[in-house]
Write a protein that binds this ligand. Structure first.
Ligand code: ZN
Length: 175
């Protein structure tokens, strides 16, 4: 199966994804397989479906790809909602959809997420530390919210101008 990483300003990254209501169907299995393949190939710790053009609320994550992680988890999370947030931390993040961009933004320290697993069963996830950050970043993607939204307008403009310039140069060097 082939995939293409959607990079900013692709409009699918600005849209809220549809809820999954087709559990136990091959279509869901295929989407998830494609997402794992893309995530591991691109060496991400998490991937939201719209990042490869799948318009549904699905995310995959595997925190074992982060070396210092003490309690790695690997999960498929469907139709997630953050129902509780606590505390605030500064988080330095990158994103496969913004190649070359790394920014520091505020995130909640702990989150509680309700979602479905790939069988359609209800799951509840209480997360802190790195897992809490990954969940917030990926769930934001499914709601059409890119991480640059947490920057002040001025900082966002600076980061985006630099990013767009680098993207243009990359395109030029490829042609
Ligand atoms: Zn991202």
């Amino acid at each position: 199966m082939s995939y293409r990483i959607r990079t900013w300003p692709d409009k699918i990254l600005k849209q809220k994804m549809k809820e999954v209501d087709f559990f136990n169907e091959k279509k869901l299995e295929d989407y998830i397989d494609q997402m794992w393949e893309a995530m591991y190939k691109e060496e991400g710790v998490g991937l939201a479906a719209n990042q490869i053009g799948i318009p549904y609320q699905i995310l995959v994550l595997d925190t074992s790809l982060r070396e210092e992680e003490e309690n790695p988890v690997k999960m498929v999370i469907i139709n997630p909602k953050i129902v509780h947030k606590e505390g605030e931390v500064e988080s330095t993040e990158g994103c496969l959809s913004f190649p070359g961009v790394q920014i520091t933004i505020p995130r909640a320290e702990k989150v509680k997420v309700v979602a479905k697993n790939e069988k359609g069963e209800d799951v509840e996830i209480d997360a802190d530390d790195f897992l809490a950050i990954v969940l917030q970043h990926e769930i934001d993607h499914l709601n059409g919210i890119p991480f640059i939204n947490y920057l002040s307008p001025l900082k966002r403009k600076m980061v985006l101008d630099k990013y767009m310039k680098a993207q243009k140069e990359l395109l030029r060097s490829k042609s």
